[in-house]
Write a protein of this length. Structure first.
Length: 432
C-alpha cells in the first residue's frame, strides 16, 4: 500500500472540525436583544449548543481489518475513485477489471494492484470483495451493479446517473435491498457532511420547519449533472414522497435525451420546491425554513436567522452567523508529494459515505434509491411538459420511461471523444 501523502486532508476518522457558535456575534443590536430575551425565557436557540455526535460522519470504532475494494472500470473517473480508496485509512484496493488493456496496465503500475482482469465477471468469481466500485458508462451500469449484488459483494458504489430508465433503476435497487447490500450511486453533493449537518439542525427543531426550497442549477442535463441538486433537494425536504410535479424542458419535450429542465415539485409533507432552469444571480440551493434561510453554492454554506416577527420576516444580510459550517472548496487539482492527483473534497466525502454505510449497516447518503427518485422527478418534469404542463403524480406508472444520457456518459469516453482527448484527460492524474 503506498504511503499516504502528509498533505492529503483525510482525517483518521474523516470527521472535519465543526465550529459551533453558542452566541451569535456581529449581528444587529436588535437581534442580539431578541437572542438575549430568548435565552432568558428558556427557549432554545436556533443555533446548536454543541456539535451533534459524529456530526461530520465519524465512526465510533475502527474495523478490525481494511475493506477490500475492487474497481470495475479504471479510466478517467475510475482512477479518481481508486485514488480515494487507496488513501482512505480503512480501505485497501485488491483488484480491478477493465476491458481496455491500456487502462488496466496503467492502473496496475500506478496502484500496485496485481489482481487485474479484462472481464469483471472473472474478477467477481475469483476475488473476495467488500466494496465493488463500478465506474462505468451508464449503458452498462445496471447490468454490472446487479451482477455485483448477485455475486455477494458487501457494498456497491457506482457512478451517476444510475440508469436511463426507471425500470432499470427499480431492478438495481430491488436486487441490492433484497440482499441488504448498501448501494451508493454517484460522487455527489448530497454526500457533503455540511448538508447532513443542516438537515440534523432541521430535525432537532433548531431552525424551524422547511417551508420551501429553491434550486438554482442551470444545466443542460437534469439527469447527468442535475441529479446531484435533485438529491440535495430531496434531503432538505426530508426525503418525503413527491405528490406531483409540474415542469418544462429547455429544448424538445418529446426528445428522450437529457436536457435542461425546470419546474415545481410538491412534496407530500407540504414542502414546495422550485427548480430554476434559467441562469440567474444565484447558483446552488436555498432552503427557507420558518426561522432561518440556508444557502449553499455547493462549496460554501451560509445561514441567516429570521427576525421574530413572521409571517413577513425578511432576511437582513448582516444577520448571517459565521462559523456554523466549514467550506468545501478545493483549489483546483491538488497533487500529493508523489506527484499524483489527490481526490477532492466531494470525492472524499462520497467514498467515506459508502464506507460508513457498510460499517453501520444502513443505506448510503446518496443511495441508489435516492438517485432513482431523482431520475423519476426529472422524467416527471418532462412528462408534464409533454402533457401541456399539467401536474404529473408520482410514482410514475410507466416504468419504461427514460432519460437517455449524453453520449459522453452513455458510452465510453474514449469511443466518444477519441484517443487524443482521452489520453490527455488521463495524464491529469499525474503532475506534469
Amino acid at each position: 500500500m503506498p504511503k499516504r501523502s502528509q498533505n492529503f486532508p483525510y482525517p483518521p476518522q474523516c470527521a472535519s472540525k465543526v465550529i459551533v457558535v453558542a452566541t451569535p456575534t456581529g449581528l444587529p443590536p436588535s437581534y442580539m436583544r431578541r437572542y438575549a430575551r430568548r435565552e432568558q425565557s428558556g427557549k432554545s436557540s436556533w443555533m446548536p449548543r454543541s456539535a451533534p455526535p459524529n456530526a461530520m460522519g465519524g465512526i465510533e470504532k475502527m474495523p478490525a481489518s481494511k475493506h477490500k475494494v475492487a474497481m470495475i472500470g479504471v479510466g478517467r473517473m475510475g482512477t479518481n475513485h481508486a485514488r480515494g480508496y487507496e488513501l482512505h485509512p480503512r480501505c485497501e484496493l485488491v483488484a480491478a477489471a477493465d476491458p481496455d488493456r491500456r487502462n488496466l496496465d496503467r492502473f496496475r503500475e500506478r496502484f500496485g494492484v496485481t489482481s487485474v482482469y479484462e472481464s469483471y465477471k472473472d474478477m467477481l468469481a475469483n476475488e473476495e470483495i467488500d466494496i465493488a466500485a463500478p465506474v462505468l458508462p451508464v449503458s452498462v451500469n445496471p447490468e454490472v451493479v446487479i451482477a455485483c449484488a448477485e455475486a455477494g459483494v458487501r457494498a456497491i458504489f457506482s457512478e451517476k446517473p444510475i440508469a436511463a430508465s426507471l425500470q432499470e433503476a427499480d431492478r438495481m435497487v430491488e436486487v441490492c435491498r433484497s440482499r441488504n447490500i448498501p448501494f451508493a450511486s454517484g460522487d455527489a453533493w448530497r454526500n457533503l457532511p455540511q448538508f447532513r449537518q443542516f438537515r440534523d439542525m432541521i430535525d432537532r427543531g433548531e431552525v424551524g420547519e422547511v417551508r420551501s426550497i429553491n434550486v438554482y442549477h442551470p444545466h443542460d442535463e437534469i439527469s447527468g449533472g442535475g441529479c446531484q441538486s435533485l438529491g440535495v433537494m430531496r434531503l432538505m425536504a426530508g426525503d418525503a414522497d413527491v405528490d406531483w410535479v409540474v415542469g418544462w424542458v429547455k429544448d424538445d419535450p418529446f426528445d428522450d435525451g437529457d436536457q435542461g429542465m425546470g419546474g415545481v415539485v410538491r412534496f407530500a409533507n407540504g414542502v414546495e420546491a422550485f427548480i430554476h432552469m434559467n441562469a440567474v444571480g444565484k447558483f446552488g440551493i436555498e432552503v427557507n425554513t420558518s426561522r432561518a434561510v440556508f444557502f449553499s453554492d455547493w462549496k460554501t454554506f451560509r445561514l441567516w436567522p429570521l427576525p421574530d416577527d413572521p409571517p413577513n420576516a425578511t432576511v437582513w444580510p448582516g444577520n448571517e452567523v459565521p462559523g456554523v459550517f466549514e467550506g468545501a472548496a478545493d483549489a483546483g487539482n491538488m497533487y500529493g508529494e508523489d506527484g499524483r492527483r489527490l481526490p477532492q473534497y466531494r470525492q472524499r466525502s462520497s467514498i467515506n459515505a459508502i464506507v460508513e454505510a457498510l460499517e453501520q449497516g444502513r443505506e448510503p447518503w446518496t443511495s441508489g434509491d435516492n438517485m432513482r427518485k431523482a431520475l423519476e422527478i426529472g422524467i416527471a418534469l418532462r412528462e408534464s411538459h409533454r402533457r401541456g404542463h399539467t401536474p404529473v403524480s408520482l410514482p410514475i406508472e410507466d416504468r419504461t420511461l427514460r432519460i437517455l444520457p449524453r453520449p459522453g456518459r452513455w458510452l465510453n469516453k474514449r469511443e466518444v471523444y477519441g484517443d487524443e482527448w482521452y489520453e490527455d484527460a488521463m495524464s491529469a492524474h499525474q503532475r506534469a
